[in-house]
Write a protein that binds this ligand. Structure first.
Ligand SMILES: Cc1cc2nc3c(=O)[nH]c(=O)nc-3n(C[C@H](O)[C@H](O)[C@H](O)COP(=O)(O)OP(=O)(O)OC[C@H]3O[C@@H](n4cnc5c(N)ncnc54)[C@H](O)[C@@H]3O)c2cc1C
Length: 425
């Protein structure tokens, strides 16, 4: 009888628990550990930040959902991992022994890398968690009474650019609806070397399409932007040239700012000797298994993936839902195989699919594989993306509540995008 412990009940951890339970014989036990007792659907946070969604729609209690499937749950943070000793320590001192450990802890938000950044004592907001998005929404309601310039973008070292574009366009749409857009100059400030790079070296025509969209929505931009400091009302930015030299210094004024931070691995994971790269991301082999500890597997934002290319201001490669879904499925099959005395063989698909909402329309991109040159390199805009994103939120939340283990991307999103491409032809 084996005990599988899963750290982190997010987009990766919850499906990992359900898939493991569906595959493993009942004698094996599964425990999920998460610092809070609710699951949050991160992709909806930009909507929460402008009041288009409220907490009950994008969160759900974890315990009843997992326990109905026979999965144990502890609403505590893991504070330490004893990898050679096969145990984890939880906040409060309790320890859990494991036979297999699955690490799906997502990102540590590295606000501290830019002085003055971040929602806890700094001057920039974030939409990375529901509480951060709610904090923005509270501030935004005040801002609407006396609007001014807004900055949206991504800090040096960021890897998650889709939500930054999304947020700029959602804010633009919300302000237009309120007939206040004319009072709010928006600047998109990004570490990407060019608009539409997305941490992926671009996807299809993403550069010209996103430039055109930003222009069409009166959003100015600064690329190759190394934000060095944030003050109460301005962002200090060194714009680099393609040799990495300072081309121009900017002081970008704002009344409200949302800058996505760089990601790192969370502290208890990063602290395990030999487990992680210098940024604290878990180093894995092609079977999602730690290179140092053969009974530790990992999926999601917390795994180490090399950047697609070197950029003047550092950027990382995004880890998005489709990739995460396939990583989790690979882990479930590989652990089940090991327990059945077989060798692991399942691999994730290193592809990127993203549906980026733009408020009333949206943009979809498909990069197969993630690193160019690609077999599929497709980027398309349309109102259908906005509607697809709403459908995706509903479907994913239902999947989390019911423990359904159908692969959402493989079964629905890829098929839907295939149909759109066929219709286009
Ligand atoms: C604002 C935003 C929007 C995004 N939108 C999209 C999108 O539309 N489409 C898409 O494909 N991708 C999107 N992504 C990228 C990606 O899909 C998400 O970041 C996703 O949430 C990553 O899943 P994850 O399981 O790796 O991490 P998370 O979902 O963040 O889950 C990690 C979990 O681990 C927990 N944890 C952390 N530390 C500990 C600890 N010490 N002990 C126990 N638990 C711990 C956390 O509390 C959290 O519950 C978005 C990302 C962001 C930030």
């Amino acid at each position: 009888m084996a005990h599988i412990v899963i750290i982190g009940a997010g987009i990766g951890g919850m499906p990992a628990a359900y898939e493991m339970r569906a595959l493993l014989p009942k004698e094996h036990t599964i425990t999920v550990v998460n610092p809070v007792d609710y699951f949050q659907f991160t992709p909806s946070n930009p909507w929460v930040a402008v009041g288009w969604r409220e907490r009950p729609v994008v969160t759900m209690p974890i315990a009843p959902a997992l326990e109905s499937k026979g999965i144990a749950f502890k609403a505590k943070a893991v504070t330490a991992i004893d990898a050679p000793g096969n145990s984890v320590t939880l906040d409060g001192g309790e320890t859990l022994a494991y036979d297999y450990l699955i690490i799906t802890t997502g990102p540590k938000l590295a606000f501290d890398e830019v002085p003055g950044a971040g929602p806890h004592g700094g001057h920039t907001h974030s939409v990375c968690t529901v509480p951060h998005a709610e904090q923005f929404w509270a501030r935004y309601q005040e801002f609407l009474k006396d609007p001014g310039p807004v900055v949206v973008g991504a800090m040096p070292g960021a890897s998650c650019f889709g939500p930054a574009y999304e947020f700029a366009f959602i804010l633009d749409a919300d302000l237009r609806k309120r007939k206040l857009r004319h009072k709010v100059p928006i600047t998109y400030v990004t570490s990407e070397p060019y608009i539409g790079h997305l941490g992926l070296g671009g996807v299809g025509d993403s550069k010209s399409m996103l430039e055109s969209e930003l222009r069409g929505h009166d959003i100015k931009w600064i690329t190759n932007a190394k934000t060095t400091r944030v003050e109460a009302d301005k962002l200090l930015v060194s714009e680099l040239d393609d040799k990495g030299q300072v081309h121009k210094e900017h002081e970008v004024p704002f009344k409200l700012a949302m800058m996505l931070p760089a990601f790192k691995g969370v502290d208890p994971v990063a602290a395990v000797p030999g487990l992680c790269n210098p940024r604290g991301f878990v180093m894995i082999d092609e079977f999602q298994r730690s290179k140092a500890f053969r009974n530790i597997f990992s999926a999601g934002v917390c795994v180490a993936i090399p950047p697609v290319e070197v950029t003047p201001v550092p950027t990382g490669a995004p880890k998005t839902g489709y990739m995460i879904e396939t990583m989790v499925t690979a882990i479930a099959h590989n652990i089940a195989d090991e327990l059945a005395g077989k060798q692991p063989t399942a691999r994730a698909t290193w592809n990127a699919i993203c549906l980026a909402d733009m408020g009333d329309t949206g943009a979809a991109f498909v990069a197969l594989p993630q690193i160019p040159p690609r077999n599929v390199n497709w980027f398309k805009k349309g109102k259908w993306v906005h509607l697809a994103k709403i459908g995706f939120e509903k479907y994913f939340m239902r999947k989390m509540k019911t423990g359904n283990v159908e692969p959402v991307y493989e079964k629905y999103v890829l098929k839907a995008l295939g149909i759109v491409r066929l219709v286009e032809k």
